[in-house]
Ligand binder design. Structure first.
Ligand SMILES: C=C(OP(=O)(O)O)C(=O)O
Ligand SMILES: [Mg+2]
Length: 577
């Protein structure tokens, strides 16, 4: 029977495909004694063989899609399977204790995991515990006849259904087969949603129950525009959404005509529309959508894609590739923003009650100056190859900014002494995403070269509402007068000091925000590449002078987020040129 679920529309577009459940399988079992020990050993060996074959296939696929280095993790898994100290020990336990293979495997694995985890002075060996866990899970699944989800093995079109997707899960999705994803939890500005937009796959998050409502292979329609998930649709539903998908594609084709056009408003004013990227690979989409700059390069993905801290050289190559790819257009690179929902397996952070309020971004960089200085050196060296702008994330106090900038200047001096080229006039700015900094924007404006407003965090911190928690997602209110006043104050403060202001939070690509931001005189709008042409098309039809009265009403008269949403849509309807 057809069922429709509502979630948060996180990435535009439509898709219809069978569901692929990416959920933790149930691998529970009971301890039993066995009488035919030889048969039990054989059962274990068969499960090991199946696991080994599976790893060979996964390794091949991973090599093609992710590269040789990433694929090598599966060699480590195969080695564990072939290690007599591990699997031989499981066999021994079956024989000596006459227990089922599942129990013997668990006992041996627990012993190895505890042993590796205890090696606190050897990080490499400590990390092997995770490999043992993974391999054990795989063999256990074959013993129990339970299928493990293996997204790397997907070879047909699917809609991924998951409780949650971490940014690294999302990074591994193969766009060729993964037509959309839908999750139980999450918010529009969580990083997996942001990545879905840059991958251009429709996504819905925060449905609460999708993993229990959908069974594997159920046909599912994802409407990423309205946030509807249609499970087991009727033929009429399929036809209806096919039409919507066609209309959407036609609208996109219309916007595509603006790819090479500058962003000029109806009254002849020019704004910069820039793109947000996570890796140099995103440049293809940036160029295809005609971005005028890169307004945010989230460098933490470089750290997350790597098995260890990326070297100065690795980073230099990545930054240079982006600068050269943009051929002289401005590129704002943000220093590492790890913490919150972004983790590094090789940089374990302490468990925190409130990770988004904890050890994150510039707070880590100022503490771990070894990591920070390496990144700054790589950035400065790359600055010789284009128009680089350096941005610090999560700045809350002037002291933090001054300290970060002083470290940057020290690294400049060192490079100068070494005779290495860099751009001595590189602009240095900050993310405006901590309310304390926004309130003091007038003071910051005297010291920075630019601001980029990070509405994802600015809204979560101002409204005290976790950006990834769907239960409080109603408080993501970009048009709330409180947020609009903060934004306007930041823009006015920067302009008073002759500095430019951008916005790189998701609100920058929201067509309801566009008229308000234009009226406030925001200079640069940085968004998922896929939103650029839609916003450029809208700007062409609006007159900035007329929008000033709209801003005045939104900030001073309207009371709520919804009032302002309505106000903007009515205004645009009446004033579209
Ligand atoms: C752009 C922002 O940064 P991030 O989403 O990476 O936290 C923001 O907070 O708005
Ligand atoms: Mg942020």
């Amino acid at each position: 029977m057809t069922k429709t679920l509502k979630g948060i529309a996180a990435s535009d577009g439509f898709a219809t495909a069978p569901a692929y459940l990416l959920v933790e399988p149930n691998l529970s079992f009971k301890k039993t004694s066995v009488s035919d020990v030889a048969a039990e050993v054989q059962r274990l060996q068969a499960a090991i063989k199946k696991s080994d074959d599976e790893l060979t296939t996964i390794r091949d696929i991973a090599k093609n899609s992710l590269g040789e280095e990433e694929a090598q993790v599966f060699d480590a898994h195969k080695m564990i399977l072939a290690d007599p100290e591990f699997t031989g020990e499981v066999e021994k336990q079956i024989k000596e204790n006459a227990v089922n293979a599942e129990q013997a495997l668990k006992d041996v694995a627990d012993k190895f995991i505890a042993m590796f985890e205890a090696m606190t002075d050897n990080k490499y060996m400590q990390e092997r515990a995770a490999d043992v866990r993974d391999v054990t899970k795989r063999v256990m699944s074959h013993l129990l006849g339970v299928e493990l989800p293996n997204p790397a093995l997907i070879d047909h079109e699917v809609v991924i259904v998951a409780h949650d997707l971490t940014p690294s899960d999302t990074a591994q999705l193969n766009k060729k087969y993964v037509k959309a994803f839908v999750t139980d939890v999450g918010g529009r500005t969580a990083h997996s949603a942001i990545m879905a937009r840059s991958l251009e796959i429709p996504a819905i998050v925060g449905t609460d129950t999708v993993t229990t409502d959908i069974k594997a292979n159920d046909t599912v329609i994802i409407d990423g525009v309205d946030g509807d998930v249609v499970i087991n649709p009727s033929d009429d539903d399929i036809q209806h959404y096919k039409q919507l998908a066609q209309d959407y594609a036609a609208e996109k084709a219309e916007w595509a005509k603006l790819k090479d056009a500058a962003t000029i408003t109806a009254d002849g004013k020019h704004f910069d529309i820039a793109a947000n990227i996570g890796t140099p690979k995103d440049l293809t989409g940036v160029i295809a959508n005609g971005a005028e700059a890169i307004g945010l390069y989230r460098t933490e993905f470089l750290y997350m894609d790597s098995a260890e801290l990326p070297t100065e050289e690795d980073q230099f190559e990545a930054y240079k590739e982006v600068l050269e790819g943009m051929a002289g257009k401005p590129v704002v690179v943000r220093t590492m923003d790890i913490g919150g929902d972004k983790h590094l397996p090789y940089l374990p952070l302490p468990e925190e009650m409130n990770p988004f309020l904890g050890y994150r971004a510039i707070r880590i960089s100022l503490d771990r100056q070894d990591i920070f200085r390496t990144q700054l050196r790589a950035l400065l060296r790359a600055s010789a190859f284009g128009q680089l702008r350096i941005m610090f994330p999560m700045i809350g106090t002037l002291q933090e900014f001054r300290k970060a900038k002083a470290i940057l200047l020290e690294e400049m001096d060192k490079l100068k002494a070494e005779g290495v080229d860099y751009d001595a006039n590189v602009q240095v700015g900050i993310m405006m995403e901590v309310p304390a900094a926004a309130v003091l924007a007038d003071q910051f404006a005297k010291e920075v070269d630019f601001f980029s407003i990070g509405t994802n965090d600015l809204i979560q911190y101002t409204m005290a509402a976790d950006r990834g928690n769907d239960r409080v997602s109603y408080l993501y209110q970009p048009y709330n007068p409180s947020i609009l006043r903060l934004i306007k104050y930041v823009i006015d403060s920067a302009h008073k000091e002759g500095k430019w202001v951008g916005m790189c939070g998701e609100a920058a690509g929201d067509p309801v925000m566009t008229p308000l931001l234009m009226g406030m005189g925001l200079d640069e709008y940085s968004m998922s590449a896929t939103s650029i042409l839609k916003v450029r098309s809208l700007m062409k039809h609006l007159n900035t002078e007329e929008l000033k009265s709209l801003v005045d009403q939104a900030v001073n008269v309207s009371l709520t987020n919804d009032d302002n949403k309505k106000l903007v849509s009515e205004f645009v309807e009446a004033h579209k040129h």
